[in-house]
Design a protein around this ligand. Sequence first.
Ligand code: GLA
Ligand code: ZN
Length: 649
Amino acid sequence: MVYIGADYYPEHWERQRWSVDAELMQRAGIDVVRLAEFAWSKLEPEDGRYEFSWLDEAMSILDRKGIKVVLCTPTASPPAWLIQKHPDILPILRDGNRMSFGARRHYCITNKTYHYYSERIIRKLAEHYKNSSQVIGWQVDNEFGGPKCYCEGCRREFQRWLKSKYKSLDNLNRSWGNAFWSHDYTSWEQIPLPIVPSPNPAFDLDFRRFFSDMNLAYSNMQIRLLKSITPDKFVTHNFMGLFPHLNYYDLAKNYDFVSWDNYPQNLENRFRVALSHDVMRGLKKKNFWVMEQQCSYLTRQDITPTFSPGQMRLWTYHSFAHGAEAVVYFRWRACTFGIEQFHSGILQHDGTDRSISYKEATRISSEIHRIASQLEGSRLISPVAIIYDYDNIWANYAYQEKPMYDYPGEALRFYRAIKRLGINVDVVRPVDDLSKYRAVIAPLMYIVTEEAATNIRRYVEKGGTFIAGFRFGMKDENSNMVKTVLPGKLRDLFGIAIYAWDNLRERSVEVKDKEGESYQADTFADLITPEGAEIIAKYNSSWYSPYAAATVRSFGKGKAYYIGCGLSQGFYDKLMRKVLKGLEVEEIRCPDEVEIAIRQKEDKKLIFLMNFSDKSSEVSLSREYVDLITEKKLSGKVEVDPFGVMLLI
Ligand code: GLA
Ligand code: ZN
């Protein structure tokens, strides 16, 4: 099923309004709403006293208009009575202060009392709605991920977690390198939480894994409970795209599918948003939902710009183009109160049908419902993959709050180049089956495990093209530096050695490729000594001059590239054009502002053309296509409207 939906909060409006909302939704073609993710105080106003009648009533009004429901467990926001009774549910922040009531996500993820109350309300809700065919599925909690808690309970949990991982203190001391600064532990109880601003990287990495695991445990508890009572309903959670603090592969595992909250904000973010979609699709190698899709301006620190007419539609198609099965807008109507009172909805505060977003939603849903059968069952097939790995994201944090380098930013250098060729990209783990990809790219892959090294080696031997970014293989699983010559375990694969490097934070350096084209190196420079590899680019500045900046080596039936520094975009464009030759969409030529993405059902391709500019764009088609949206035949030079979309078959 393909759905167009809205995040709806009947508890924010007078009861008399509910039927007006349902009527307007139906007219706009909204066929699903998400309900109740922050409604705990209305569902259980006092300890053990439940009030579901308001929700029953709101749902039956929606039901009369044929609108389905995704119901949420309301655990992202524990009510005041619960906090008053059990103040230890509130997390302790890193500064040692207890978070106070008054925002949301104010709970310690390991707190057993909280688990008890969560289970109780979830059980009640699930029992109450288990026979409702209107409820098609569940969203667990809302946007797991924060804040990290530093309470005594979490500290004890962390010690237990470490004990089960390392078994002995000797092992832990060695693995963490606790000889440094006299950090050896002689009892598990001595181990603190990483409150200091610059903890030992091994300690820091384990705490990140632990935090992720605790979220996972809480999430799995909810999934198990819901599945035991309502096995016929799907269970999902709203993920946050490139959010770095949870291992999303682990978190996604037990959900039926991934959903995510997509707030592109501005057009410049389009590749980052596209990559986010691909990361979300990569978590389960499966299409996903967008559970919150931006429909216009947002409240963040500031208020972001209002979408011009057409942008809401453009971003919606962009979601479908990357694998969305449903797009649910946040939110149905702008709220008059609360911290998000400056946040748009499909309807503005006035609740009339005159808003830009309402008109646009109406158009989108009529188009999408018309082409639903073509979308259903179609998937993205990608000939190239980017490795995206949480241990590596975390190993890149030198100090607690700030990563050293922009991990997705490094991926985006390659990603942009690939997307400009109109080629789909998958996002994978280092240990996934890589055999179906023409090329696999690994930006900022500090940690290369034995298993990953074997996987990559096998992939290249059998004919794959592997492309590593700078600092590949620098660290071990404990985030300690390796003792071998870089790039470590796969030195022979690349046919290079790296004995020297430099940080390019404050300056840039010239690099020239084999054809004499010049680029600027930035961010970091591995100074490469070839050992059998062919040089494809060299540094051309002062003492770097003897070294290579990028190399390639044939290995088995494949090739291994090493790109030793960050480079101007032209380098990646040229490299990817060469590596992916023959995979471009030959029949379509697009200017840069038009993105191509392809969904496919068996051999039938659906080609999305999306114009990310406020001017019309000329595209040239060297064969005849039909635009599914207008049902017109197209060929030769055609104009795509400002923010326009074409769906070609
Ligand atoms: C998040 C939350 C929503 C809302 C929006 C606002 O994604 O899940 O509840 O706060 O942001 O943009
Ligand atoms: Zn805690």
